[in-house]
Design a protein around this ligand. Structure first.
Ligand code: UGA
Length: 451
């Protein structure tokens, strides 16, 4: 099939590479010309495991353009809108990029019917909104109605950064929000190889054992949009729940890992997303929980559970600094080494990363902070040049003369550090990830979360 993808961020690029690998003719459009030039030259623009290998395999067959005139909209079968929807100050999503994409589609629609798939996380009701913009704009520029030329479907994305390609090839489910049969049929055909799992798995991404079919749920547009918010809010809630339990377990002298295991073995609860730590970060949970609360407010509804999940999450960051202060007594002038800066391993993304708030708080309280990360420091330097901390690519320098160490991101290199060569100091293990016994034997005071 001929597929156009608008936006080459995490969702757009991973989806594009996956669809190209499955044999579709994929064009990706991004208005950032610099990015497009790099993609045309075969350079991967985001850090994502295996993306470089798979991109090298398919990029010659893909087209990258920055101008809608070259996107060949009249001949596309499916167009994915995968532009970002950042948070506005009031918690609502900024939809200006979605609007621009919708208007550009309207300006370029041809005579052939095309399915437009909204993959960007948009507020409930946006499927109809995108459709309305296309209709209105088409009428404005052509003085005609685009009847029968397009249909807007919502197909939310569940990719997690660091495992995005895996999630593209082997998703838990595909959600199609549409009541338009021809559109549903076309998407069933496009996603057929994923649903049936009958494609040859890429060498770098073997198919998980036992996976023979991916469920596809077809529902109305609004429900599909809501699935995305409800899923992310539930996952965020699960993490905050275990973090709240962790706060109590550390008072009563129990181990939250055992509790997570104990409750996770109950199939109704499940064992994933129960790792206690310094809480969630990233571009999704914070944004989507805020957007859900904001949407509810438009309907004079409160969402106390989701608000509480957010409060618990952001309090974990303060807890780290309070706990350090309790341990060191005085933070002023103390050297604190942060291990990891990205919001989770296998990504260089810093959006809503706990490291940022923790750094700000430590600096506010007079500490001297050095931060290391294997991949995120270029982003840190360009996006957060004024945090008042030192970014260091050299681990030895980061740890030199540290009064305390905080493990922020569970990159394996930190577990495998030559801890024997580091003078023992208090260590906050923000992800319950380090080898506690080994470090304790070496004289470190290891402070985990909920243990
Ligand atoms: C999340 C969802 O997992 C995806 O399904 C969704 O598609 C995506 O948001 C999105 O809306 O685009 P992502 O933010 O990339 O994906 O990362 P996660 O793996 O979900 O982790 C989010 C945060 O939660 C990380 O900071 C991680 O360290 C933290 N976390 C995760 C915990 O603190 N404990 C856990 O048990 C699991």
């Amino acid at each position: 099939m001929r597929v156009l993808i608008i936006g080459t961020g995490y969702v757009g690029l991973n989806t594009g590479v996956m669809l190209a690998y499955l044999g579709n003719d994929v064009t990706c459009i991004d208005l950032n010309q610099e990015k497009v030039k790099r993609l045309q030259a075969g350079e991967v623009t985001i850090f994502e495991p295996h993306l470089d290998e798979l991109f090298a395999e398919v990029h010659q067959k893909m087209h990258f353009v920055s101008d809608y005139a070259q996107a060949d909209i009249p001949n596309q079968d499916v167009i994915f809108i995968a532009v970002n929807t950042p948070s506005l100050a009031d918690g609502n999503a900024d939809l200006s990029y979605v609007r621009m994409a919708a208007e550009s589609i309207a300006e370029n629609l041809g005579e052939k019917f095309v399915v437009i798939v909204n993959k960007s996380t948009v507020p409930i009701g946006s499927g109809n909104w995108v459709e309305a913009i296309i209709r209105e704009h088409y009428f404005e520029v052509r003085n005609a109605k685009p009847n029968g030329l397009f249909n807007v479907v919502s197909s939310p994305e569940f990719l997690a950064q660091g495992a995005a390609l895996h999630g593209s090839f082997y998703p838990d489910r595909i959600i199609i929000g549409s009541e338009h049969e021809p559109s549903i049929e076309r998407l069933k055909e496009l996603f057929g190889p994923i649903i049936r799992q009958d494609f040859e798995a890429p060498a770098c991404l073997p198919r998980p054992a036992g996976l023979s079919e991916v469920p596809m749920l077809v529902c109305d547009v609004t429900s599909a949009e809501m699935v995305k918010y409800a899923a992310n809010s539930f996952l965020a809630l699960k993490i905050s729940f275990i973090n709240e339990i962790a706060q109590l377990t550390q008072k009563i002298g129990a181990d939250v890992s055992a509790i997570a295991k104990g409750i996770g073995l109950d199939k109704r609860i499940g064992d994933r997303f129960l790792d206690a730590g310094i809480g969630w970060g990233g571009s999704c949970f914070g944004k989507d929980t805020a957007a859900l609360v904001a949407t509810a407010k438009d309907y004079h509804l409160d969402m106390p559970i989701i608000r509480a999940a957010r409060d618990v999450n952001y309090a974990q960051r303060v807890w780290v600094v309070d706990r350090l202060q309790e341990e060191l007594k005085i933070l002023k002038g103390k050297h604190i080494a942060l291990l990891g800066f990205s919001f989770k391993p296998n990504t260089d993304d810093l959006r809503d990363a706990p490291s940022l708030d923790i750094s700000r708080l430590l600096v506010q309280r007079g500490a001297i902070v050095r931060a290391h990360d294997p991949v995120a420091l270029d982003n840190a330097r360009s996006q957060y040049p004024n945090l008042g901390i030192t970014y260091s690519d050299n681990l030895e320098f980061t740890l030199d003369a540290a009064d305390a160490i905080v493990l922020i991101t569970e990159w394996p290199i930190y577990r495998e550090l030559n801890w024997e060569s580091i003078p023992p100091v208090p260590v906050i293990d923000g992800r319950n990830f380090l080898d506690r016994d080994r470090l304790t034997k070496l004289g470190f005071t290891v402070i985990g979360i909920g243990r």
